[in-house]
Design a protein around this ligand. Structure first.
Ligand code: 13P
Ligand code: MG
Ligand code: MG
Length: 370
């Protein structure tokens, strides 16, 4: 078996919430290189999207493995130390606990992992995509995943015999802090039920999707932790990572990226408190725009039977996406023109800076009932 683990965290960034420093990335690369030499992982990549570092690790230890999660924690701790030395902003931001008990889930970083049998006949090759988004929450993937895995309007590949039987979605209630409160729903029969839940991107998120024709084949994993649910107060947006395996029994990469053409409005943006469009950007893009914009990058990889990665292909780095970026910026300006009013800002309970609520509380005290 092989496991693709992607673990993502913001442990410090330059001049605001822009990007991690080169030294932080070098430290991450050298530690993961050491883990390859020791045989814990077979290969890795390190990227950033806005201020979040993403560690992609290929290994044979299975999903949720304590050694692999501890490795990721050590890498983030070392990168946070560099950020502190360099005086960067938000050093250690997403490391919410002293040390996790062998699993970073619930400790701050976001993790998405898929384990598969690399010898399975139906998967002669293993292409996959890694999506990394900044300034938004895990629900930002609800719209793209629902459309790709339930709607032939966006993904004509669903009409093929290998995909026609549909997919099983595991949806998680991200407001529930005691544990993973989940529901399984199947497409195509229950795609409306899925819509009923997924329309609420702040509460419900797709955690996993599995093939119904090949029930041992998981196609999607999304990090669905909510930092403010964990910490009880604002600790940064939950900037999610997702893995999508592609081709053959699964949608093709070109089908998977189709919904991102919409630049859908999502919850996030500046101070995690606005409704703004999700802009597809090249990998390793800093966040520097007005009211920053939620951004998403996508890298396509192949992994061989020995667990060695190909080079990554920067999917949204292509000129085909330039007009989507312009559209996103235009949609953003339309929204920003109405400032703080109505749909432009998130509902009070979703504002991730709890201090906004303190400001309201002060005014509440001054109300009188006539
Ligand atoms: P991050 O969650 O990416 O750290 O951004 C927080 C923020 O407040 C940006 O304005
Ligand atoms: Mg940050
Ligand atoms: Mg971030």
């Amino acid at each position: 078996m092989l496991t693709i683990s992607t673990i993502k965290a913001d442990v410090g960034s330059i001049g605001g919430h822009t990007r991690p420093s080169n030294r932080m990335i070098e430290v991450a690369r050298s530690r993961l290189g050491g883990a390859v030499e020791k045989g814990l992982i077979t290969d890795f990549d390190v990227t950033y999207t806005g201020d979040d570092l993403c560690l992609l690790m290929i290994h044979r230890q299975g999903s949720g493995n304590a050694d692999v999660h501890n490795l990721a924690w050590d890498v983030f701790t070392a990168a946070a130390e560099v950020a502190r030395e360099e005086g960067l902003y938000g050093a250690g931001q997403d490391l919410l606990k002293d040390a996790p008990s062998g699993n970073v889930r619930g400790a701050g970083p976001g993790a998405a992992e898929i384990t598969f049998d690399e010898t399975a006949e139906e998967r002669p090759a293993e292409p996959f995509l890694v999506f990394t988004a900044d300034k938004c929450g895990p629900g930002a993937y609800n719209f793209p995943l629902w459309t790709v895995f339930t709607s032939p309007l966006y993904n004509a590949g669903l009409m093929l015999p290998k995909m026609k039987p549909g997919f099983t979605f595991r949806v998680i209630d991200m407001e529930y802090a005691e544990g993973d409160r989940v529901i399984e729903l199947v497409s195509p029969e229950e795609h409306i039920d899925l819509a009923i839940l997924l329309r609420d991107e702040n509460r419900f998120g797709v955690q996993a999707i599995t093939s119904r024709k090949y029930p041992h084949q998981q196609v999607v994993a999304v990090s669905t932790d909510r930092l403010h649910t964990i910490a009880g107060e604002y600790k940064g947006k939950d900037d999610p990572v997702a893995i999508v395996r592609t081709q053959g029994i699964f949608p093709a990469p070109e089908e998977v990226v189709m919904p991102f053409v919409v630049a859908p409005y999502v919850a996030g943006d500046a101070r995690g408190s606005h409704t703004m469009p999700l802009m597809p950007v090249p990998i390793n893009t800093p966040v520097t725009g007005p009211y920053c914009l939620p951004i998403v990058a996508c890298v396509a990889y192949s992994v061989n039977k020995e667990g060695k990665l190909s080079d990554g292909v920067d999917v949204f780095g292509n000129p085909a996406w330039d007009h989507v970026r312009l559209k996103a910026q235009q949609k953003a300006e339309w929204m920003r023109q109405q400032g703080f009013v109505g749909a432009a800002m998130l509902p009070m309970q979703e504002l991730e800076y709890s201090a906004f609520r303190k400001s309201l509380d002060e005014l509440e005290q001054r109300f009188t009932v006539l």
